[in-house]
Design a protein around this ligand. Structure first.
Ligand SMILES: Cc1ncc(COP(=O)(O)O)c(C=O)c1O
Length: 383
């Protein structure tokens, strides 16, 4: 059920969608920025023309606000958030900073997006641990298969995509997090295809490191994102990419040359500065919108649109639903395989319905402002 005024949201934040210019169902590729975020970016560009207009407090306060809103969204503390320009940064942080070495095994499910594969392959080679992929039946990640795999000898870290980019299958982070904690296994999550479409409360779900670009479901500019590092782990890990603002006394720009390499106490020790301030201003604006609508309301709106696609598939022969039908195992991505996916994709493209073709399936990824009429139009074109 949608608890906010959808028409008002579309008119105000997505005027091109309200005008019927495009049906944009491709947030799993790049999220559509709300008008207020577009305006914030323009304002920052205007100010940046003459940097004198941007005070130090305004500039760095924007980053503090980005950490604060991110923490609020995921049930964390601001001190557990390091701003990062993409998801890969957080996965690299895990792969190169966690205490892993010869004799240790790191697992990811098979068919992960490469951002959660190459950093592990590279770190395994350089640091001497073993990296293995968990085989998946039917190519769909499921919590039980992953759970069974962590029982193997030597497993020290598990890194998963919360939601699979090519299937839309969602893993149960609470179950996996508990299992990892009980066994002393580090639990790393690539959240980019989940967060924004689904709610997450890290006060109740155990995750060690969570990496997330904000460019998709958080409707934010490219270059904005974050990594969450569980509080107790922050002080145990050293930054592997070292920047001049990672150390404790670096906020005082009048004393930069004393070279005291004492890391900050919070997750800012992992920030790789200078970050794109304007993009974080955009992210702040988008997060404000999502929090204003309510993360749970957004989740339930998206779910209602995905349910519609699932029901449509169910009622049709010759269209295969790749995403699990079980609502607890899906998020905002729904992948369907009509008989001729390529032809269906071309039809969608000709009618300005933005979507993706992934691994032979049509991937639809609606967000908070999409309507059921837009979904029906897309389905009519596919069918
Ligand atoms: C699961 C997943 N992880 C990561 C990324 C992107 O990684 P990054 O933010 O480092 O570009 C994508 C998509 O682009 C993705 O689908």
């Amino acid at each position: 059920m949608t608890t906010y005024d959808l028409d008002a949201l579309r008119r105000r934040e997505y005027p091109w969608a309200a005008a019927g210019e495009t049906i944009f169902l491709n947030h799993a590729s790049t999220g559509a920025m709300p008008q207020r975020t577009v305006d914030a970016l323009a304002e920052w560009a205007r100010l940046r023309a003459n940097p004198e207009r941007i005070s130090h407090d305004f500039q760095f306060g924007t980053l503090a606000r980005a950490r604060e809103l991110t923490a609020r969204l995921i049930g964390a503390h601001a001190g557990e958030i390091a701003l990062a320009t993409n998801t890969s940064y957080g996965v690299n942080l895990a792969a190169f900073s966690l205490p892993l070495g010869p004799g240790d095994v790191v697992l990811t499910p098979d068919l992960e997006f490469p951002a959660n594969v190459y950093p592990w392959m590279a770190a395994a080679e350089r640091r001497g641990f073993a990296y293995r992929r968990i085989p998946l039946e039917n190519g769909i990640a499921d919590t039980e298969t992953v759970l069974a795999a962590i029982e193997a000898a030597g497993v020290r870290a598990l890194s998963v995509s919360w939601v699979g980019f090519a299937t839309g299958a969602k893993l149960d982070l609470a179950v996996l997090g508990d299992a990892c904690r009980e066994r002393g296994i580090y639990f790393i999550v690539d959240a980019i295809q989940g967060l924004g479409a689904c709610t997450l409360d890290l006060a109740r779900v155990h995750v060690d490191i969570l990496a997330c670009g904000a460019q998709k479901w958080l409707l934010s500019p490219w270059g904005a994102g974050f990594v969450y590092v569980r509080d107790a782990l922050v002080r145990a890990l050293e930054p592997y990419d070292v920047s001049w603002l990672d150390v404790r006394d670096s906020d005082d720009f009048t004393r930069l040359l004393h070279y005291d390499m004492t890391w900050r106490d919070d997750a800012r020790r992992f920030e790789f500065v200078t970050v794109p301030f304007q993009d974080y201003a955009g992210m702040v604006t988008s997060l404000e919108l999502l929090l204003e609508l309510g993360a749970e309301s957004v989740e339930s709106h998206i779910r209602s649109l995905v349910d519609r696609v699932v029901a449509w598939c169910d009622a049709r022969d010759g269209v295969e639903l790749l995403t699990p039908a079980d609502p607890s195992r899906r998020a905002g991505i729904v992948c369907i395989k009509p008989r001729d996916a390529r032809a269906a994709s071309e039809r969608l493209g000709e009618h300005h319905v933005a979507h993706s073709l992934r691994e032979g399936a049509i991937r639809l990824a609606p967000h908070c402002y999409n309507t059921k009429e837009e979904i029906d139009r897309a389905l009519a074109l596919i069918g």
